[in-house]
Design a protein around this ligand. Structure first.
Ligand code: FAD
Length: 399
């Protein structure tokens, strides 16, 4: 009698999930395993592009693609929200469907905003770095301009970005680039607009080379952005933000970009975690569960050189997905597992328009060449999930 085929279930169709599905489907035939992907929507979106639709410089449809067009036909797809994983019972509870049973699980559910205990973030700040979050923020921004025309309240034209890390800087880069056009469209003088970036740490873009940080700050300041560095926000309110020194900034729009924690499903499911991230084994499994892989923003891996966790990035999520897929095949075929070793190729942050900064290998890049690299990185990530056809359809012009 033939042994039953194992059921491999992948949660989340972001970078980690889609790349795992594509790679595992190549390594295991339909005779080896049944594969199911579960994700909240019937589309994948490029999380690393979301600052653009959020600021309104790119239509959100350019950042998303139908999952059915990305995955092989023999992979079953369930569009649903994962509510809880039951790792002791090898089951996953979903919001709208019956529980799904697995033999092997890959969890790639991404992250949510980290508030660091600041009150009012979830209630009053835009904090969802998802396609729908980006759509809502863009609509709200335009609404604020339209409202100002009727009520002339200055706070409607005040934008506060909390966090001068990667996401906050990329977002303000796009918004400040679009601002002259927005002002023109809504008949508002540019000098009425206030854009703040507020950072608790002693520098913007912590971890970046100081020369690159200076380049980015000068460029953004020239577009009208005001930085408040070394200045924690103590509260977000209906009217704006209150800083640690007691100053209140009234703002119609507060955008939260101070970092992330792993998807709340991780904590709810009882995995040992630090801020929703599981410190995975070298072969990317949850410490207590040999059949559960955790990758991407839900996982935590330590950089042995600095003894600190690697920041969660798409670069790491996709590299983990490749290893997780090979290790799933290894488990199914009874072979030894391989260890994950990140290969950080560089980091490039866009600053809106044709501007960017970054490090490729050990070389610093600015302006046009950095922007060129950023667009090539974005195109490469399309190629990884959908091949040349997807690059032609949704790719970015690097020139
Ligand atoms: P994601 O790609 O976020 O995917 C998670 C998936 O899970 C999504 O499809 C989501 O819909 C789904 N999901 C979530 N919850 C549920 C649920 N309960 N049930 C079912 N499905 C669910 N990284 C870089 O390397 N380079 C960059 O330049 C860069 N720029 C960034 C810019 C911005 C604006 C942001 C927000 C992030 C950026 N990052 C960048 C970080 C990067 O996007 C993340 O580290 C990466 O997306 C993590 O991949 P993931 O697969 O873990 O999660």
């Amino acid at each position: 009698m033939l042994a039953a085929k194992p059921h491999i279930v992948i949660l989340g169709a972001g970078y980690g999930g889609i790349v795992t599905v594509k790679r595992i489907a190549k390594q295991l035939s339909t005779n080896d395993a049944n594969i199911t992907l579960i994700s909240k929507h019937d589309y994948h979106y490029q999380t690393t592009w979301l600052h653009e639709p959020a600021a309104g410089t790119l239509h959100h449809d350019r950042t998303r693609m139908k999952i059915a067009d990305l995955i092989p036909s023999h992979v079953q797809f369930i569009e649903d929200e994962v509510v809880e994983i039951h790792p002791k019972e090898n089951k996953v509870s979903l919001k709208n469907n019956e529980q799904v049973t697995y033999d092997y699980l890959v969890t790639a559910l991404g992250s949510v905003a980290e508030t660091f205990g600041v009150e009012g973030v979830y209630e009053y700040a835009f904090n969802k770095w998802t396609l729908n979050g980006a759509r809502e923020l863009r609509e709200h921004t335009e609404y604020m301009f339209a409202k100002y025309n009727n009520e002339q309240k200055e706070e409607y034209l005040t934008f506060v970005v909390a966090g001068a890390g990667f996401t906050g800087i990329e977002y303000i880069g796009e918004l400040s680039e679009r601002m002259p056009e927005l002002c023109k469209e809504f008949d508002v003088p540019m000098n009425k607009v206030k854009m703040y970036v507020i950072e608790a740490a002693p520098t913007a873009l912590p971890g970046f080379d100081p020369e690159l940080v200076e380049y980015a700050m000068n460029l953004l300041e020239n577009r009208g952005v005001e930085f408040k560095i070394n200045m924690p926000i103590s509260k977000v309110t209906e009217d704006g933000v209150i800083l640690k020194d007691g100053t209140e900034i009234k703002a119609g729009t507060v955008i939260w970009a101070t970092g992330v924690r792993g998807n709340p499903v991780i904590e709810k499911s009882g995995f040992e975690n630090m801020r929703g991230r599981v410190k995975v084994t070298k072969d990317l499994r949850a410490p207590d569960y040999d059949n559960v892989f955790i990758i991407g923003d839900c996982s935590l891996i330590i950089n042995e050189q600095t003894d600190r966790p690697y920041p969660p990035t798409a670069q790491i999520a996709t590299q983990q997905a490749e290893v997780a897929a090979r290790n799933l095949a290894n488990l199914v075929k009874g072979r030894p597992l391989e260890e994950f070793q990140p290969d950080i190729k560089g980091t490039v942050a866009s600053l809106g328009g044709k501007e960017a900064i970054g490090v490729i290998g050990d070389k610093k890049v600015f302006g046009f060449s950095a922007n060129f690299m950023k667009k090539m990185i974005d195109n490469r990530s399309l190629w990884m999930i959908g091949g040349t056809g997807l690059v032609i359809k949704k790719g970015k012009n690097p020139f």
